[in-house]
Design a protein around this ligand. Structure first.
Ligand SMILES: Nc1ncnc2c1ncn2[C@@H]1O[C@H](COP(=O)(O)OP(=O)(O)OP(=O)(O)O)[C@@H](O)[C@H]1O
Length: 485
């Protein structure tokens, strides 16, 4: 099995040395990620492209490799190809006909050729010869050069013919670690997940910093989003997850800071702490999911007051994005499901938050704040290798029993959204299934017959674990998680 990797166009316009460095990094990243699922993978660097080869041709292996390649920054597109040697023009026709001839019935088609090397024929001559032959010898709806039903793509490189059997879109962006590392402030909501993803896609190794404002379930939820982003889009590199126990800081703010300024001061405290953590890690910039006007602490005036707390660069990739676009992007990258189930932990809730914080007033308020509290939480910040999360959260959610069998008096609670429920109905034979979407659980779970035990079901088992934890925290003990064998 072979794939031709097309580079992100911005790489191809770099100087020779920069381009060589980036392509070499991408080559290493691909090797590193793919060899975890297929040891036979090799990656060859051909200057204008990378060639990925595997000795394992099974469809399952192909699916796995396609999935991994489509999530790797730096790749614009990748082609699945069959590589064969050829002798002359007619041989190219015959080899193409053997693969594509039988698939032409009831279709319009055209042949497109890219060629490299010295040959006795031009690319256009090949297109005409192969296209004409297919048209004559196989039933079809004829050749159509624009918008055909089927475009047959051939690549010819010296004495080799590559028959392109599929073209996949890549993620784009720069290969991971070609840009500097950043520390992303992640809260588990839509915004910070998307902001983190955008930096991964741009080529930065993204480390995560979470300020725990209360609740074990919140921390587990945030860790799972961070772990998901890392394992899906950036697992070629190790990253850190930092958790800072911020409840004491919130307590101090609630006690000492004027009500209207609490939100801005909380963010300034987060930036102070994050800058120190970043400095310790040798990271030069912070990333947040803030966007102008989205909430009161995110006005230009307030953001400017927040920025003045640190010299560390604060990057805000979503600064002018609309909320709906952010939610759409979260859906596309797969973090929406986590964000929807994440509880809102505001930490401090002002009755009347100011949208125009005055800098002098903020300083005067902060003069009352006991900074030893902040020092202590920074010292007790817990830094872990993100790979530990898989085991750690697994251990934390172990208190929620997972089962694949239904006992008497147990009912499956399908907590997927109505869309998912409709797309993939889940009604195992002989089992009672109630459908109650996750967003109604907190208000409607109590109305269910509490003499029964409920086995929460969702597709990936992530949301059901989280929701089971929340319900347990709320005092419901008749909960388990259901996983199919
Ligand atoms: N508990 C937290 N831990 C780490 N970072 C946080 C935390 N709370 C907020 N942030 C950072 O501040 C940004 C703005 O947070 P805020 O709560 O004001 O807005 P938000 O729209 O709810 O953000 P999000 O959708 O990312 O939760 C977040 O995108 C995130 O980068």
């Amino acid at each position: 099995m072979k794939f031709i990797i097309k580079l992100f166009p911005e790489i191809t316009i770099k100087s020779k040395s920069v381009r060589q460095r980036m392509v070499k990094i991408l080559q290493g990243n691909i090797r590193n990620v793919l060899q975890k699922v297929d040891e036979t993978v090799t990656v060859r660097n051909d200057w204008d492209k990378l060639m990925v080869s595997s000795k394992n041709d099974s469809p399952e292996n192909r699916d796995k490799l396609v999935e991994r390649l489509s999530c790797m920054p730096g790749i614009q597109a990748f082609l699945e190809v069959t590589q064969v040697p050829f002798t002359d023009l007619h041989d190219i026709y015959e080899q193409t006909a053997a693969v594509y001839g039988p698939t032409l019935a009831n279709k319009t088609f055209c042949v497109r050729v890219k060629r490299k090397g010295k040959h006795e024929f031009t690319s256009i001559e090949i297109e005409r010869y192969v296209g004409g032959g297919l048209n004559q010898n196989f039933p079809s709806n004829g050749v159509r050069l624009s918008h055909p039903d089927l475009q047959i793509n051939l690549q010819i490189e010296n004495e080799l013919l590559y028959l392109v059997t599929a073209i996949h879109k890549g993620l784009g962006g720069y290969p991971l670690s070609t840009q500097e590392d950043v520390l992303s402030l992640i809260s588990g909501g839509f915004d910070s997940g998307v902001a983190s993803y955008l930096f991964i896609k741009r080529g930065s190794r993204v480390h995560y910093c979470f300020f725990n404002l209360g609740g074990a379930a919140h921390e587990i939820g945030v860790k799972q989003v961070a772990y998901y982003l890392w394992s899906k889009y950036s697992q070629s590199h190790k990253v850190k997850f930092v958790s800072v126990p911020f409840e004491p800081v919130v307590g101090e703010i609630l006690e000492k800071i004027d009500n209207g300024l609490m939100g801005v001061v909380l963010k300034r405290m987060m930036m102070r702490a994050a800058s120190r953590v970043a400095e310790r890690m040798g990271v030069e910039a912070l990333v947040t999911g803030e966007s102008v006007g989205q909430v009161s602490s995110q006005t230009v005036t307030n953001l400017s007051v927040i920025d003045r707390v640190t010299d560390t660069l604060i990057l805000r990739p979503l600064i002018v994005s609309d909320k709906q676009d952010i939610i759409d992007q979260a859906r596309a990258i797969g973090t929406q499901e986590f964000a929807e189930t994440m509880p809102e932990y505001c930490g401090v809730i002002s009755n009347k938050p100011t949208v125009k914080a005055r800098y002098e007033e903020v300083l005067a308020n902060e003069a009352k704040f006991n900074f030893d509290v902040l020092e202590n939480v920074i010292t007790s910040a817990k830094v872990i290798d993100i790979r530990e999360i898989a085991n750690e959260t697994e251990a934390q959610v172990q208190e929620v029993e997972t089962t694949s069998a239904l006992a008497e008096n147990e009912v499956i609670l399908d907590i997927r959204s109505p869309d998912e429920h409709e797309d993939k109905p889940f009604n195992p034979e002989g089992m009672t299934v109630i459908h109650l979407p996750f967003y109604k659980l907190s208000t409607q779970f109590g109305d269910l017959d509490q003499s029964k035990t409920y086995l929460l079901y969702c597709e990936r088992g992530v949301m059901s674990k989280l929701q089971a934890l929340y319900l347990k925290e709320q005092g419901f003990n008749n909960i388990k998680v259901y996983r199919q064998n």
